[in-house]
Design a protein around this ligand. Structure first.
Ligand code: NAD
Ligand code: TYD
Length: 333
């Protein structure tokens, strides 16, 4: 199988490329990524990628270019997106462009070239917030912020192409991922790296918002399963099954680092902050997937990874990130 991975220089995308290289050596991979601020340039420049692997710097919105690159591929797995909720509140334009228009451009390429499989990597955030119970794949979409609204629009466009053109579309909606190579704007790597520097950890609102945590390699295994065995025209929820209020997550990170809870700083809440995400994943369980990484072990391993890879994260928190940090966290920066 020849697979076009879009956004394969980002956090989940590069973990997915590694997963495929390890588990499916018979597949060849084209990694297409625009290389935005969130991309990992070192990963795409690494010679270790090996035969059957090719990287192309390109924007998924440039349909004609993507069509050329996609000629001869059997499947597309679309990770390419603007992904950070807080940035979508500050600057939504690029989210609409990439997450909506970019998804449309890929769907057009799939249609024109007759590509056999299109996996749209989406998020539980499209369902919005729930105080009780869990969202199934049939739950209505009710996104709260420009990021989740743009992802929901991408999902709807994918299903419009399935219904109209019978395009072989599959959508995965996963809960919050964590693990190595996550850009340090997201809460886990931000809090680990701030704590390592004895900087305050900005906890939004009362800190009682709940997220369901999924280790990135479990998500990669699930996406691989959906790519190979999922049914066209279907959505698959991918949840870690490990819900935690943010304050509890923060305490665990601090405990793993041996840092004091006095580093926690309650700051103004995120506007439109979703209270809780929770997924019913029985459909994917029926396909044979379960998370295999215990949350506590995976979190400890992730903390260790950031401790051991200061040379990876420190430059990512310098330069333009500092400007973003000042804009986002004002009084703390
Ligand atoms: P990320 O921000 O770490 O990486 C995104 C990648 O996409 C970057 O390498 C970036 O350069 C690339 N990109 C952005 N715009 C592009 C464009 N126009 N053309 C080509 N490439 C472009 O994101 P991530 O956390 O790895 O998320 C990957 C996917 O998974 C996204 O679609 C996201 O919505 C989804 N998702 C993420 C999470 C999570 O917890 N991180 C949870 C559920 C779903
Ligand atoms: P985040 O990692 O941005 O993921 P998402 O918004 O996609 O769930 O945030 C995870 C949770 O952590 C969310 O409830 C918001 C909260 N959070 C903070 O309290 N402080 C922060 O500085 C950040 C980035 C997030």
């Amino acid at each position: 199988m020849r697979i076009l991975v879009t956004g394969g220089a980002g956090f989940i995308g590069q973990n997915f490329v590694r997963y495929l290289q390890a588990r499916r050596p018979d597949h060849s991979i084209v990694n297409l990524d625009k290389l935005t601020y969130a991309a990992d340039r070192e990963f795409v420049e690494a010679p270790a990628a090996g035969p059957g692997y090719q990287f192309v710097q390109e924007d998924i919105c440039r349909l004609e270019k993507v069509r050329e690159i996609a000629r001869g591929v059997d499947a597309i797995v679309n990770f390419a997106a603007e992904t950070h909720v807080d940035r979508s509140i500050l600057d939504p334009g690029s989210f609409i462009q990439t997450d909506v228009y970019g998804t449309f451009a890929l769907l057009e390429v799939v249609r024109e070239l007759g590509i056999r499989r299109f996996v749209q990597v989406s998020t539980d955030e499209v369902y919005g917030s729930t105080e009780g119970g869990a969202f199934s794949e049939a739950s209505p979409l009710n996104p709260s912020n420009p990021y989740s609204a743009s992802k929901a629009a991408g999902d709807l466009m994918a299903f419009a192409y399935w219904r109209t053109h019978r395009l072989p579309v599959l959508v995965t909606r996963s809960s919050n991922n964590f693990g190595p190579y996550q850009y340090p704007e997201k809460v886990i790597p931000l809090f680990i790296t701030n704590a390592l520097d004895d900087l305050p950890l900005p906890l939004y609102g009362d800190g009682r918002h709940v997220r369901d945590w999924l280790y990135v390699m479990d998500n990669c295994a699930a996406i691989d399963l959906v790519l190979h065995r999922g049914r066209e025209g279907e959505v698959y929820n991918i949840g870690g099954g490990h819900e935690l209020p943010n304050i509890e997550l923060t305490r665990r990170v601090l405990a793993l680092l041996g840092k004091p809870e006095s580093l926690i700083r309650h700051v103004a809440d995120r506007p439109g902050h979703d209270r809780r995400y929770a997924l019913d994943c029985r459909k994917l369980h029926a396909l044979g997937w379960r998370p295999t990484h215990a949350f506590d072990d995976a979190l400890a391993e992730t903390v260790r990874w950031y401790q051991d890879h200061e040379a990876w994260w420190r430059p990512r928190k310098a330069g333009a990130f500092q400007e973003y940090y000042r804009r986002q966290y004002g009084e703390l920066a």
